[in-house]
Design a protein around this ligand. Structure first.
Ligand code: FAD
Length: 362
């Protein structure tokens, strides 16, 4: 059987001109991890524990996705289920806040002396097993090159929002991420969606003085809504404090209005801002550009479930991307164990760690 290899570099979409890449890589590692989310950190920690030299590269900051969650977000998971690297995570209340999680993952990175290149966007992965070449661009458009024997792709799903595909979705007043309520005081705001993000944004906006209409295509709030948020949103809707339009969709967004399709016919509402909180998806183009095959239906990367090696020998997938479009199947709670699976396979394949580590770590 022919061994699959990454795409030839000229076929990679939006690739970098290879002439600009450095002849010698900036540094070499046993394992290069793409993505400094909880999973990427866990993978690097487990690889280090097995004696390998690991480098993590992230296009944003450490745990970039969590950093971009709503400012006052509270996790649905208890802290011990977010732990990585056997470092305890304790919080004063039963559920950690976003700020506590940021603090925790910073401490873990420090504790393990992880090598992390922040604000470098991985653009290409070329070469083959044992001899990969990774090219990144930094915030100043400078290009960096890395060599690695193995690659772990742990790129998450929070960077790409699902588009609804309606006129006006590209207006400045439309957002796919919610951060904080203050700018929307005394404004007419539509929140699209029926899951946690939509429920929590609608409540926060309403509590801080916005007039909120929640539009959801389903008949009620989704059953995944956090057990302590669900009665809150349902009671606000019952009381008419938040207007809900169920079995409804937004058809068009204009400068100062939105048009809804509702069971009782079209409705035009005065509107200042729209939060389209309809989910996110992994960067399938990036995965394909690396040569990783995706299943037809759920876009799951083809990989060995025992060790997460993809169809490209030497390239592993980890974290939420393993579930393809089913982003609610893998989260921090279970994705954090991928590091151990991969590290065990690395030991098997590479025959134990680099005896010089960490003396020659760059
Ligand atoms: C609002 C919200 C609340 C949540 N609450 C919980 C919870 O309570 N419990 C729970 O277990 N899960 C929760 N989740 C889900 C959980 O956060 C994700 O499943 C988890 O972050 C996935 O981890 P990951 O490491 O796979 O990906 P991520 O955390 O998304 O990390 C991926 C990283 O890869 C980087 N990256 C992407 N592409 C590139 C590239 N080309 N080059 C370099 N870097 C790149 C990104 O910047 C990012 O830092 C929540 C999600 C959301 C949106």
């Amino acid at each position: 059987m022919k061994t699959p290899t990454p795409l030839p570099v000229e076929q990679i979409p939006e690739t970098l001109p290879r002439t600009q890449a450095h002849a010698r890589p900036d540094s070499s590692s046993d394992v290069l991890v793409v993505g400094a989310g909880p999973t990427g950190l866990a993978c690097a920690i487990e690889a280090q524990k097995a004696g390998f030299k690991a480098l993590i590269v992230d296009k944003g900051c450490l745990v970039n996705s969590i950093y971009h969650y709503p400012n006052n977000m509270v996790f649905f998971t208890t802290p011990e289920l977010l732990e990585i690297g056997d470092i305890p995570f304790t919080t004063s209340l039963p559920k950690p806040t976003r700020l506590e999680a940021l603090e925790y993952y910073r401490r873990v990175a420090e504790h393990y002396h992880l090598h992390i290149r922040q604000y470098e966007w991985v653009k290409t992965i070329t070469g083959g097993d044992g001899k990969f070449r990774v090219t990144t661009t930094d915030r100043h458009s400078a290009i960096h090159d890395y060599g690695a024997r193995k690659i772990v792709v742990a790129t998450g799903y929070y960077d790409l929002a699902n588009q609804i595909g309606i006129p006006g979705e590209d207006l400045d007043k439309v957002f796919h991420y919610y951060r904080e309520p203050h700018p929307y005081y005394d404004a007419d705001v539509v929140v699209i969606g029926g899951k946690n993000s939509a429920a929590e944004a609608a409540l926060d906006l309403w509590r801080h003085g916005a007039r909120v209409t929640l539009v959801h295509r389903g008949p009620q709030m989704h059953h995944h809504v956090k057990y302590w948020v669900r009665p809150d949103i349902e009671n606000r809707i019952k009381a008419g404090e938040i207007v809900a339009r169920f079995n409804s969709t937004v058809q068009e967004i204009g400068a100062d209005f939105v048009v809804l399709r509702t069971p009782s016919g079209p409705q035009r509402l005065k509107n200042d801002f729209v939060f389209a909180l309809t989910g996110y998806h992994p960067d399938y183009d990036f995965l394909r550009s690396v040569g990783i095959e995706l299943s037809d239906e759920q876009m799951r990367p083809v990989c060995d479930p025992e060790n997460l090696e993809s169809n490209i020998p030497g390239i592993y997938v980890a974290g939420v991307i393993v579930a393809g479009s089913r982003t609610n199947e893998i989260f921090i709670e279970n994705g954090r164990f991928h590091g151990k699976l991969i590290a065990a396979h690395l030991s098997e394949k590479l025959g134990g760690g680099n005896p010089n580590f960490p003396l020659d770590a760059t």
